[in-house]
Design a protein around this ligand. Structure first.
Ligand code: OSB
Ligand code: MG
Length: 354
């Protein structure tokens, strides 16, 4: 699915998303799960063709013929890693189960509100004026928080420019996608005067210890994204002092049940969480918005409206109202793929009977 504009991060430029959707058909209902793996293993080790292979070859054969969503993670436990693939499968099973029971994701997860405030993730641009135009457009659309992607050479200046143009009241944060080293601590401290909500994943994915060493050297709170692959990682990060905020991406950590566990753990430890995104279609977005309605999600998420990503979404588009998205209330995800749109963007399908 082509993106409305190229999305550049410190690890690469995305112009389209190759989306793997899992559709589970049971005697009672069907359900959908969106795999958030990208085409190439640049954000994390998973990639979309690999996820399809793992689902087909290892995950589906590990599932018993009949099971509930609560049993999926345990059944898949012997297979290491591949959390994006596991999340897609578990989400599709959970969606089918909830649709059959007439319960929404929001009800099931414990949503505490009917709409969620939305932020937007703004990619690295060719120039500061181009960035300011993009940010102006998003603020006009009502986004309540701006996240700037940063990398060495594109950090202090764009942040300064956004603060100067839009003022100190704009909720502003940055995301480095692991582009810095601990030796950059002094440079990163130059972001301190700009009163950022947080700096997301400044250092390497697997380095909780160095994040803990960086934290006291910055006034800006550290938030982890890539480093948190499970509730155990979150517990370790909290114990080490590696971060004071967590970006929960259900697709990255193995699904919505694990996402809820991380939420509960962080909430009990006074660690704020927010819902990240992976450029999801309306299917993944529906569940993310439901998750973002849980009480511990005290910061706006990367839960943007469909048009920030796609000219035509596979579901009815999610649209911002007053800076918020409505939590779908219907059974399961509460949204369906539009058959004609799905047909148009589908490049391959595979049907596996258990
Ligand atoms: O690091 O949060 C990230 C998109 C793809 C991969 C990684 C990230 C992102 C985003 C966009 O920042 C979030 C979104 O709007 O879906
Ligand atoms: Mg991130």
């Amino acid at each position: 699915m082509p993106l409305v504009a190229p999305f550049r991060t410190s690890f690469g430029t995305e112009t389209a998303r190759d989306v793997l959707l899992v559709r589970v058909v049971t005697p009672d209902a069907e359900g959908w799960g969106e795999c958030v793996a990208m085409s190439e293993p640049l954000y994390s080790p998973e990639y979309v063709d690999g996820a399809a292979e793992v689902i087909r070859r290892f995950l589906l054969p590990a599932l018993p013929g009949s099971l509930g969503a609560n049993d999926v993670a345990r059944a898949l436990e012997p297979i290491k890693g591949h959390r994006m693939a596991k999340a897609a499968l578990e989400t599709a099973i959970l969606d089918a189960q909830l649709r059959a029971a007439g319960e929404s994701f929001g009800q099931f997860l414990g949503a505490a509100r009917t709409r969620v405030p939305c932020g937007v993730s703004v990619g690295i641009m060719d120039s500061v004026p181009q960035l300011l135009d993009a940010v102006a457009g998003y603020l006009d659309e009502g986004y309540v928080r701006i996240k700037l992607k940063i990398e060495p050479g594109w950090d202090v200046e764009p942040v300064r420019a956004v603060r100067e143009r839009f003022g100190d009241d704009v909720l502003l944060q940055v995301d480095a996608n692991a582009a810095y080293a601990l030796t950059d601590a002094r440079h990163l401290a130059r972001l301190d005067p700009f009163d950022l909500l947080l700096i997301e994943q400044p250092l390497a994915n697997d380095d909780l210890v160095q994040h803990a060493a960086l934290a006291p050297r910055l006034k800006t709170p550290i938030c982890l994204d890539e480093s948190i692959e499970s509730a155990e990682h979150a517990a370790a990060a909290i114990a080490l002092g590696s971060c004071s905020i967590v970006n929960i991406k259900p697709g990255r950590i193995g699904g919505y049940l694990e996402a809820r566990r991380i939420h509960d753990l962080c909430r009990a430890n006074g660690v704020a969480v927010w819902c990240g995104g992976m450029l999801e279609t309306g299917l993944g977005r529906a569940a993310n918005v439901a998750l973002a309605a849980l009480p511990g999600f005290t910061l706006p998420g990367d839960t943007s409206g469909s048009r920030r990503y796609y000219a035509t979404d596979v579901t009815e588009p999610f649209e911002l109202v007053d800076g918020h998205l409505e939590v779908p209330a219907g059974p399961g995800l509460g949204v369906e793929p539009i058959p004609s749109v799905l047909d148009e963007v589908t490049t391959a399908t595979e049907w596996i009977t258990l």
